[in-house]
Write a protein that binds this ligand. Structure first.
Ligand code: 5AD
Length: 343
């Protein structure tokens, strides 16, 4: 299996069968070799730097009903909140003081936040913090909306494809959602000139090794500038409450394969990984990840943005805990940096 890792390291494209073989027959030796090679690649491009982004979860209202997600419209047990423009700007002020030079505004697909409202918020943030990068993650919108956001100064946009396989997508989402418009959105975002992020869950219900191979092939073709790969974790008030969580080791292996595929990609150690494994962030960095996204949302709303059971929003996942996070990175030989870290 090491042969496939070497091929990736040399930028050789793998066939679908090879991906499936690699994912199905992975042994300790192959996994450790992939981690070493992935680390070599990230050190080559970024040195020992890990970039910090301040995450602001500004609304947990969502019109969609994704089967896996705790803030799905159908979950009547979630207490809903929206941050006001003033709240959001206060998060940015605190984040800026703490040294963050990227703000990530993430939310459910909330119709309350029309383009007009978003544009006002975006302009104020960019006015006050012209040197900071601004990332949006608010789901599927029209080409014109994305273009307006870009013109208002948004630098980056995150939209996970969730799974590249249409049939599998259909098992994770209600009938009104399909991955065809989603992929169109991703193309739009890229064409408009955003640093574009996509990504997928590992171990989501009904996922096969073939599906994961398709995810890797999709990212090899799409070449996102950012990539979120985290384990599925069940949420008690969703249709998927009884499915098992994704596997930490497999997630780490996929992170290392992603790093080998896309040497310069900005690859976060996800909160979901940190939630399943207290050493998840460190392990992710040692498998090629180079971004962490501590939470800047106001403390009182953090537990309401519950995408899955026990989602972390404090300790090392909290912006206030950034010193501890820096320490944990330093313990494994990496430096947490606050620079914008553009692609
Ligand atoms: N487990 C893991 N990740 C999840 N997400 C949503 N629900 C879950 C879950 N139950 C991820 C999705 C989404 C991102 C914001 O969070 O991939 O794109």
């Amino acid at each position: 299996m090491k042969i496939q890792i070497d091929k990736l390291f040399q930028n050789t494209i793998l066939q679908k069968e090879e991906w499936i073989l690699l994912l199905s027959n992975r042994d300790r030796e192959t996994i450790d070799y992939a981690f070493i090679k992935a680390r070599e690649v990230s050190i080559q491009h970024f040195g020992n730097k890990v970039f910090a982004r301040g995450l602001i979860e500004f609304t947990n209202y969502c019109k969609n009903n994704c089967f896996y997600c705790g803030i799905r419209a159908g979950n009547k047990r979630t207490l809903r909140y929206r941050l006001s423009k003033e709240d959001i700007l206060e998060c940015c002020r605190v984040g800026n003081e703490l040294g963050f030079r990227t703000f990530v505004l993430q939310g459910g697909e909330d119709p309350f936040f029309t383009d007009e409202k978003m544009l006002v918020i975006i302009s104020e943030i960019k006015n006050k913090y012209p040197d900071n990068a601004l990332t949006l993650s608010i789901g599927e919108r029209s080409y014109d909306s994305y273009l307006a956001f870009k013109n208002a100064g948004v630098d980056r946009y995150l939209l996970r494809h969730e799974t590249a396989n249409g049939e599998h997508y259909g098992k994770l989402h209600p009938n009104n959602l399909s991955n065809i418009p989603r992929k169109q959105c991703l193309n739009d975002l890229k064409n408009i000139g955003f640093q574009t992020g996509t990504g997928f869950m590992v171990g989501s219900p009904y996922q096969t090794k073939e599906n994961l191979a398709e995810d890797l092939m999709f990212i090899a073709e799409f070449k996102p500038q950012m990539l979120g790969v985290g384990p599925f974790i069940p949420h008690k008030d969703t249709p998927f409450s009884d499915f098992p969580a994704g596997n930490v080791e497999l997630t780490l292996f996929l992170l290392s394969l992603s790093r080998l595929l896309l040497p310069k990609v900005l690859l976060p150690a996800t909160t979901a990984l940190g939630t399943l494994d207290p050493k998840g962030r460190e392990k992710a960095v040692l498998a090629g990840a180079n971004v962490v996204m501590p939470n800047l949302s106001p403390l009182h709303v953090r537990e309401q943005y519950m995408l899955y059971n026990n989602k972390l929003a404090t300790g090392l996942e909290a912006a206030e805990g950034v010193a501890k996070l820096a320490e944990s990175m330093s313990n494994i030989g990496y430096e947490l940096v606050h620079e914008r870290g553009d692609y």
